[in-house]
Write a protein that binds this ligand. Structure first.
Ligand SMILES: [Zn+2]
Length: 296
């Protein structure tokens, strides 16, 4: 599958929403997949008002931790999907404790007779780095972050096999698809090993959720990092990051684009935030409704 990976910023604020920034909600759209990093209040409204078309998407909701600003939109979204007869599979990934909380809550709802599958993949956030899910297009990993409660960040790795340019002419047209799917093929008395003719191409998108700055961030092409504060000294004691400290870490990583989110409500005007730090051009503070597209 080839095409565009779209990254929508629907919620870029922190724990208190205000006019311009809402609770965390960042969504990837790729082909028929919709993958949401956290799901704060307002998230479904933004998704439904966008071009994403969740009702015809396979939905993944990835929850970083159990603070209200990151989970408050999930139950109402499930309610909407139920009323709209959503008939695909919804996968929620999050800490073990969230599974218990969510299913207890749902068991009491009058509309709980839903007609679609909800699969919950739970994990213990103590794990340092773990693959949680994979299919033929992407893999989802979680990695440990440092916040006041158990928390994890996510890495979504899109992948596909691409032909090595110099060798593609050797491969008969009718077996190219087999090699691209990662299988060997036999044609004209010859074995074509996929590993000799194709290479894996990946695009990695990592999201931190709430955390102090981490020195052991996973290697990624695109990083969505919280920067609740611009340069405030107390950021770490509050379990968060500030852009100034984060830039020191980014200088040591090979990230092509970084987005700063979870901006505190104390910066009513983002220029107050930007005035305190000198951001390089590949570090962006997106605003609500911004969408970035990546060829893949
Ligand atoms: Zn938060």
């Amino acid at each position: 599958m080839s095409g565009k990976i779209q990254l929508f910023f629907f919620g870029t604020g922190g724990s208190i929403p205000y006019s311009n920034r809402k609770f965390p909600c960042i969504v990837i759209k790729y082909s028929s997949y919709m993958i949401s990093f956290d799901f704060g209040e307002y998230c479904q409204f933004s998704i439904l008002s966008s071009k994403i078309k969740p009702l015809s998407s396979d939905i993944f909701i990835l929850i970083t931790h159990l603070h209200e600003d990151h989970i408050s939109g999930i139950t109402t979204f499930l309610h909407t999907l139920s009323l709209a007869n959503y008939d695909r599979r919804l996968i929620i990934i999050g800490p073990n404790s969230f599974r218990e909380m969510l299913f207890q809550w749902l068991s009491k709802r009058y509309w709980m007779n839903i007609g679609f599958d909800v699969l919950f993949l739970a994990f213990e956030p103590e794990l340092k780095f773990k693959r949680i899910f994979s299919n033929e297009y992407f893999r989802i990993y979680c990695y440990r972050t440092k916040h006041f409660t158990k928390s994890c960040g996510y890495l979504v790795e899109f992948y596909k096999r691409k032909f090595i340019k110099e060798r593609i002419s050797e491969v008969p047209q009718q077996i190219r698809g087999i090699l691209q799917d990662g299988f060997n093929a036999f044609e004209n008395e010859r074995i074509f090993k996929y590993s000799e003719f194709t290479v894996e191409k990946t695009l990695r998108i990592a999201y931190t959720g709430d955390t102090q700055p981490l020195l052991d961030l996973p290697s990624t092409d695109i990083l969505i990092h919280e920067a609740t504060y611009a340069d405030e000294e107390f950021s770490i004691e509050r379990g968060h990051s500030d852009a100034k400290r984060l830039l020191d870490i980014l200088n040591r990583l090979n990230v092509s684009k970084t987005f700063l989110v979870h901006i505190s409500a104390r910066y009513k005007d983002i220029n107050e935030f930007l005035a305190k730090i000198n951001l390089p051009t590949n570090v962006i503070v997106p605003k609500e409704g911004d969408m970035f597209e990546f060829d893949f």
